[in-house]
Design a protein around this ligand. Structure first.
Ligand code: AMP
Length: 341
């Protein structure tokens, strides 16, 4: 018998999906995970590993499990606490595909075809325009509505999908004359504004692009050192208090975010035109190693502990089940799928 602590009923509900694709990097940490760590204290959080969503690209079946374990291990190593958040795999919740089916009846092909991320996928991958790609926003709505979320922490790129989830919620309530689904709102936080750029100054740090200029949470100390040393800089300012170019600002952002005590020291030198980027990079390297090394070491340990991973996923699914069952029960009843009572 698994020990399943009671969920806190009077906290607002937050739902967020974590894709099990690619390695987590500093952008993910400072742009999202740090935020999750605050949320887990104040909200009832349902965080799931979005393995169903990863199937649209037809990944090799043997990769699914290591990918899920990897992302789960990294989140746990970063400090997500399964005793505070409900952490589960999307595919463990059979209620999600059922709600997806019900919501599909209320979504229209025309509106789905207009979604920019769908159009982009059609352009970039014309040989694999499968129906799940088209209905991605419906599955996302099911993920969110199954726990009747109040808030969803989404980036700008996902705001339209959340708007669609709100529409589906409203349509369901209107169509079936009920008040089952609240309309989930965007969760806004201080960290939303933190964008970590790639170290070559070209775009954002990313799971799959700019990999030599992105620092991953599983980079070794040596790799971190090499990447920081190659980071783009310039001759330095010649006038006091010159505005910083993006790529320099990014190094300062990283220095501050990693908790470096030397941030003000280097800022004063920048403003006074006496900055030596070589020294700043050495300091940043040390601070990032101090920050990443324990996360990497712990994630490795956790990932190799399959029984632990399985326990977390199993208990997470058990904890998520009551809320998902209740939603499906009420949705079925509202729709008239109710033949035995
Ligand atoms: P993704 O890696 O695209 O699945 O994004 C997961 C989360 O990390 C989302 O909340 C993104 O907004 C955030 N994120 C991804 N890359 C960055 C970045 N370079 N800077 C800040 N936040 C990021």
């Amino acid at each position: 018998m698994l020990y399943v602590p009671l969920l806190c009923m009077n906290k607002k509900i937050v739902v967020s999906g974590i894709r099990s694709t690619g390695d987590l990097h500093l952008g993910n940490y400072f742009g999202a995970i740090q935020n999750y760590l605050t949320m887990q204290e104040d909200y009832q959080c349902y965080f799931f590993i979005a393995d169903y969503h990863s199937l649209t690209t037809h990944p090799d079946a043997s990769l699914l499990r290591p990918n899920v374990y990897k992302v789960l291990a990294e989140y746990l190593a970063c400090g997500l606490d399964p005793n505070k958040v409900v952490l589960f795999a999307q595919s463990d919740m059979v209620q999600i595909p059922e709600l997806y089916l019900l919501l599909n009846t209320l979504s229209y092909v025309g509106e789905l075809e207009k979604v920019p991320t769908f159009k982009e996928k059609v352009r970039s991958n014309p040989d694999n325009v499968n129906a799940a790609l088209l209905t991605y926003p419906v599955l996302m709505a099911a993920d969110i509505l199954i726990h009747r979320a109040d808030f969803v922490p989404v980036g700008k790129d996902q705001e339209q999908h959340l708007e669609m989830a709100r529409n589906f919620a409203g349509r369901f309530n209107n169509r079936y004359g009920c008040n089952l689904f609240p309309e989930p709102q965007v969760f806004r936080s201080r960290q939303d504004t933190i964008k970590i750029m790639s170290l070559d100054g070209e775009g954002k740090m990313s799971k799959s692009e700019n990999i030599n200029a992105t620092i991953y949470l599983n980079d070794t100390d040596e790799v971190i050192r090499k990447k920081i040393m190659k980071a783009k800089t310039d001759q330095g300012p010649t006038e006091p208090n010159t505005p910083m170019p993006d790529y320099i600002q990014n190094l300062f952002t990283l220095l501050k975010a990693s908790g470096s005590e030397a941030y003000s020291h280097f800022l004063d030198h920048y403003n006074g035109c006496t900055i030596r980027y070589g020294d700043m990079k050495k300091q940043l390297t040390e601070d990032l190693i101090r920050f990443i090394n324990p996360i990497r070491t712990q994630a490795d340990e956790i990932r190799n502990n399959a029984p632990l991973m399985q326990k977390v996923l199993r208990e997470g699914a058990e904890k998520a089940m009551p809320s998902a069952n209740q939603t499906i029960k009420e949705a079925r009843r509202a729709m008239g799928i109710n033949y035995y009572s």
